[in-house]
Design a protein around this ligand. Sequence first.
Ligand code: ADP
Ligand code: MG
Length: 322
Amino acid sequence: MSLGEFDLIRHFFDRPELRSTRSDVLGIGDDCALLSVPDGYQLAQSLDTLVSGVHFPVKCDPFLLAYRALATNISDLAAMGAKPHSFTLALTIPESNTGWLQTFSDGLVALAQPFGMALIGGDTTKGPLTISIQVQGLITQGKALKRSGAKEGDLIYVSGCLGDAAGALPDVLAGLYPDTCNDPDARYLLERYYMPTPRVELGRWLSEHGATAALDVSDGLLGDLGHILKASQVGAELDLTSLPVSSELKAITGSEKALHHGLSGGDDYELCFTWPAGKTLVLPDVLAGKCPVTCIGRIIDMAGIIDRRSKEPLLADAYRHF
Ligand code: ADP
Ligand code: MG
C-alpha cells in the first residue's frame, strides 16, 4: 500500500506517542513548530545526516536505523549537558513503503518516549534514502559543557566501555543484527553499535557539578580527545592500562585489538570529559550503577597525547587501520 504525503506524515510521524503534551509547544501541522525557552535556559541544537550506503548499509533494519539516528543526535545533547526536548526529521525515501515506515517510526518511538522527546516537525521528500535529525535540548544558562574548558592537571574520564561498536563492524558489514546473532558476545557488540545509549543523565550531572570540558566519542577516543585538547590548548597523558574495554570485546578480538578499538574505534557515543584534579568525583549511586566512569589520564601543558608509561606519542592515525 502506498500513502499520499500528508497521510504518511499523519500516520507515521504525527502519532500520539511522538506528540508533545506541553502547552508551550506547537508540533506537526503548521508551517513552523513553536517552542518556548524558559527563563534562565539556553536552547541546545544539533543536526546529523545519515546517508544510505555511506553512514549505514543500504539494506538496514529500519527500526535500528531510526533508533541509532536519534540516539547519536541525543548523544550530542548529552555531551553538552542538555536535557532533551524535541526533534525534527527530514526524511528522504525512494518510495512510500508502509511496512518500512511503520518499523522506522516504531524505532523513533522506542527512544523518543523514554527521553520525553516530541517530534515537532520535518520534511518528507522522495529520493535516495537519507535521514536528517535535528534535536533540541534545554540547558541552564551558562552551564553547557564545552570542549574548550580543560586545564592542566584536570583528570580525563570516559563513561562506559570503548571500542565495542568498532568490534561489531565486521558483523554489521556482514548484515548481522542483534536478534540474528547467536553468539552472546557478538550480539552484545551489535547492540552497542545499533543501540548506543546516550549518556544524558551523566552529561546533565557533569554540567551541574563542575566538569571542565566534554564531548561524545563518535570518531574514536584519540581523535575526539584531540578536539578537547586543541580547543583547550593543552595536551594529555593517558594510562593505557586503565582504558575500559568490555570482556565481550576482548572475547571477540583478543586484548590487543580490543585496546586498539578502545583508542580509535568510533561509534560508541560514550562521554569523554575532564574534571578538576583537586575535586573528588563521586557520582550518585543511580548514575554510577547505570554507567560507571573511569579515569584514563590527565591534562598536561604539552601539546599532543602521550602514553604515561613510555612517554611516547599516541597518534590517532596510527590506530586507524584497526
Ligand atoms: P510545508 O510544505 O509548509 O513545508 P510540509 O507539507 O512539508 O509543509 O509538512 C507539513 C507538516 O508536516 C509540517 O508541520 C511539517 O513540519 C510536518 N512534517 C513533514 N514531514 C515530516 C516528517 N518526516 N516528520 C515530522 N514532521 C513532518
Ligand atoms: Mg515541506
